[in-house]
Design a protein around this ligand. Structure first.
Ligand SMILES: [Mg+2]
Ligand SMILES: [Zn+2]
Length: 195
């Protein structure tokens, strides 16, 4: 383990579904939003360390017409409440409401890719320019290969967690730099290997 790899670490980028909350399928209402054990406590440890923490999430259910932005906001509120219960918070959230084949609940005849949907790096770039950090100061924790590819393309390191998809989605063939059991273990690993 190269300790200096995380020597500049000050920003933790988190995928949401399968990392913070369970992902039995797309989360379409607040009742379906259930935290993964110890994920809120893991965010509290990130906060306590003084690292910034941003959520980076694809929400194609909005493009498919299965989820409105209003309901997505209600789900976000529930996430904030779950975090607050253990004194944790996130510093911002970026979401992609698009899907190349869907718009406003209608299937598109011509595929219209956006720049933000992971494995695109648009949300990472936006977070970086909004909050003034570079890829070398961040790490991306995700559960799907599109997370790992987005991180690699943007030049930041990644940790794959075995919760959610556990990297078994087969969408890309990219591996993360490290694997951890869950968000708690990933944060534990980062705390031990930074500074
Ligand atoms: Mg995920
Ligand atoms: Zn998008």
């Amino acid at each position: 383990m190269n300790k200096s790899f995380f020597s500049r670490l000050r920003v933790i980028l988190l995928d949401r579904d399968g990392v913070i909350n369970q992902e039995p399928g797309p989360i379409l209402n607040p009742d379906q939003f259930a935290m993964i054990p110890r994920s809120a406590e893991a965010v509290a440890r990130i906060n306590k360390k003084g690292w910034k923490c941003f959520v980076i999430t694809n929400q194609a259910a909005i493009a498919r017409g299965d989820l409105t932005k209003e309901v997505f906001e209600q789900i976000t509120k529930k996430m904030h409440l779950e975090l607050q219960m253990v004194g944790a918070h996130i510093d911002g959230q970026y979401f992609c409401p698009h899907h190349p084949d869907w718009k406003n609940g209608r299937r598109q005849t011509n595929s219209l890719p956006c720049l933000c949907r992971k494995p695109g790096t648009g949300m990472l770039e936006k977070a970086s320019s909004d909050h003034g950090f570079v890829p070398q100061e961040a790490v991306f924790i995700g559960d799907t290969t599109t997370d790992f590819l987005a991180a690699a393309d943007w030049g930041t390191s990644s940790i794959g967690v075995l919760t959610g998809n556990g990297g078994q989605d087969d969408k890309t063939s990219v591996f993360p730099n490290y694997w951890s059991d869950d968000l708690w273990s990933a944060v534990d690993f980062l705390l031990k290997n930074s500074d």
